[in-house]
Every structure is written in C-alpha cells, then in structure tokens.
Write a protein that binds this ligand. Structure first.
Ligand SMILES: C[S@@+](CC[C@H](N)C(=O)[O-])C[C@H]1O[C@@H](n2cnc3c(N)ncnc32)[C@H](O)[C@@H]1O
Length: 276
C-alpha cells in the first residue's frame, strides 16, 4: 500500500513528514522544498547521483534480472551449501535472530518492522507469519524499481501482505525518523554496499533503542572444508567482492550483544542491539 508521507523523512534536509497530495506524481518537503519523484506509484527518496560505483552496477543487475532472482536463489543455495542448507533454512535462521516471538505493538502506535533491501519480498510471508495480526506495519525499502515491482506483485497476490508499505530508497540514507521501527533487518546485499558502516548506523538510527538489528550476507564458513567446485560457485555469486566478510567492526559505537554467527556454509548473520 501507499506509504504515509507524514512518516517519511526528507533525505536532503532531515525534515520529518513529507507531503504527497492524492494523485500527485511527486512528494515535497516542507523543510527544504525539495521534490521527490514517484516512480510507477512508488516514492523514490534517493538520488541516482548519490549512489556509489558498485551500488550503481548492482542496481543495474537487480533492475535487469528481477525475475531470475528467486529461481536462482532457490536452485543455487542447495547446490552451494548442501540440501539441508536451503533458502528456507537460511531465511528462518535470520528471522529467528530478530526475536519476534511475543512482540506486541506499543500502546500508542502499530508495531513496525522494516526490511532494508526487501528485493522481491521473499522474506515477507515468513515475517508476516511470525508477527501478531494487528496493529502491524511492515515496510520494505529497496533501490531497485525492478525488484520492487515484483515485490508489489507478490504483496498483491498474498492475502496477508496487502498492507506492506514499499518505497524506493538507499540503505545509506533511510528516509525515516529516528527510532521509528521496532525491528530492522537486511538480507543479501550489505557486502556490496559502498559504506556498510553508514548503512548499519542508519538501521540503528531508525530502530527503537535496544531493539535487535539483523544483517545477513555471504561469507564462506572458515571452519568447514569447501571443495573447489563450491568455492568457484561462491566466487561466481560474490563476483563483486574479492573477500566477502562480516562487517562486525562497522557496527555503531555503543551497540550491545554484538554477535557474528555463521548460519550456514555460505552466510553469516550479524546481530546487535541498538545503542540505548
Ligand atoms: C540479494 S537481494 C535480497 C533481497 C531480499 N532481502 C531477500 O532476502 O530475498 C538484495 C537486495 O538489496 C537491494 N539493495 C542493494 N543495495 C541497496 C542499497 N544501497 N539500498 C537499498 N537496497 C539495496 C537490491 O536491489 C536487492 O533487491
């Protein structure tokens, strides 16, 4: 569904609350008068020029191949990791670490969860199944219009996902007020981000103090033997990064419960609590 403009922050001046008159093809900021475009019905709250070189290259790939993403993940993960370490296992392990059990909405507003780099929305049905029925807001941000179009299609087809709020944004400058979300997570792209520390700081900023932040991406398990074929496969999947590693040293100062875990042969999970 259409994100509420009053909940969006201007990435240029930091003013909280944008205006988006019904039917208008742009949002505007009352703070600095910047206009933000609407692309195919989705607010676009970042500038192409602000993206780094790798981010721009990766966005071209995601925009060009959104229909291949899900089948590739489904087939490639068991090949790379073995039958039991499939897509389902990796996604569930990541969501386990978000600690959603028993989570309830605060008294004065809905429970809010953000996936940064939501892609085609493959995590959303699993996430929704772990959340209470209402009042809940699930937000998905991504910089690729191709991926978000597929995500929107998934949300329209899936009865429980119809209320998902989707928008175009850059993980390095999240267009939300401080402490807006009860949970924030990201799966699958931080290794290629221009500045992982800035992205982690942004995830922490928009999360309620003390809440868990979960970030998952590729890293070969150093404690397991990996044959040549798997190493070559891993290299192909992570072609943009010569040494995929967990950005543990980039978590914001003051973060608590910092954990760097290998959740499968090819994926780490970095989790921490935001500074209180
Ligand atoms: C490998 S896909 C994973 C998608 C989804 N999280 C999942 O688990 O299936 C990574 C996603 O991150 C998005 N992404 C990469 N860099 C980004 C950035 N700087 N800001 C926002 N989204 C980004 C890509 O467009 C893509 O949709």
């Amino acid at each position: 569904m259409r994100p509420e403009p009053e909940h969006l922050r201007c990435p240029d001046c930091g003013h909280d609350g944008l205006r988006w008159p019904a039917g208008a093809d742009a949002l505007d900021c009352a703070g600095c008068a910047t206009e933000w475009s609407v692309v195919d019905g989705l607010p676009k709250l970042y500038r192409d020029a602000a993206l780094g070189r790798v981010d721009r290259m990766m966005r071209r790939i995601y925009d060009g191949l959104p229909s291949l993403h899900d089948p590739l993940v489904r087939v490639a993960l068991p090949l790379l990791q073995g039958r039991h370490e499939n897509e389902h296992a990796v996604r569930e392990a990541a969501l386990d670490r978000l600690r959603l059990d028993g989570l309830a909405a605060p008294a004065d507003r809905p429970l809010r969860v953000l996936e940064v780099g939501v892609g085609t929305g493959a995590n959303l049905p699993r996430l929704r199944a772990r959340l209470p029925a209402a009042p809940v807001e699930v937000w998905g941000l991504d910089y690729s219009i191709g991926m978000l179009r597929r995500c929107r299609r998934r949300c329209r087809r899936h009865p429980s996902l119809g209320q998902t709020r989707l928008l175009l944004g850059d993980a390095h400058a999240l267009p939300f007020a401080d402490h807006f979300f009860d949970r924030v997570f990201h799966i699958g792209a931080i290794n290629g981000f221009e500045d992982p520390a800035a992205a982690l700081a942004e995830m922490a900023r928009v999360a309620r103090p003390g809440t868990p932040i979960v970030v998952v991406d590729e890293r070969l398990d150093p404690s397991r033997d990996t044959g040549l074929l798997r190493r070559l496969g891993f290299r192909a999947v992570t072609f943009y990064d010569p040494a995929p590693a967990c950005p543990r040293d980039a978590v914001p100062a003051g973060a608590a419960d910092v954990r760097d875990e290998q959740i499968s042969r090819c994926f780490y999970c970095l989790s921490f609590r935001t500074p209180g």
